[in-house]
Design a protein. Structure first.
Length: 101
């Protein structure tokens, strides 16, 4: 039986995988935050806060980097790209259990 905690975990993993897939499609070109949000519309996420949290998580893991980093830059003007490590994870050369279904 699938409980709500497992369903939420599966949704988070799916959003992170799809986010990395979107960044992989334009690798190594930076992808704007607004474009990332639009690429995840099919997931029916409640708001952009969850996308911000997922990006922060992927940055902490070293899979994504913020390319035009400036103090106090609004999210809608930020650009992100996969790192080489993120490219390997997105291409499934390496496996990260936190992103697996």
């Amino acid at each position: 039986m699938f409980d709500s905690g497992q369903a939420r975990a599966a949704q988070i993993k799916q959003a992170r995988r799809d986010l990395m897939t979107a960044l992989l499609m334009v690798y190594p070109t930076p992808f704007g935050f607004v474009s990332i949000v639009h690429s995840l519309l099919h997931l029916d996420l409640p708001d952009t806060e969850c996308i911000k949290r997922d990006l922060a998580y992927l940055i902490d893991k070293g899979y994504v980097e913020w390319t035009n980093k400036k103090d106090h830059m609004p999210w809608d003007r930020r650009y992100y790209r996969l790192t080489s490590k993120g490219n390997e994870i997105a291409n499934r050369i390496e496996i990260d259990p936190a992103l697996e279904p």
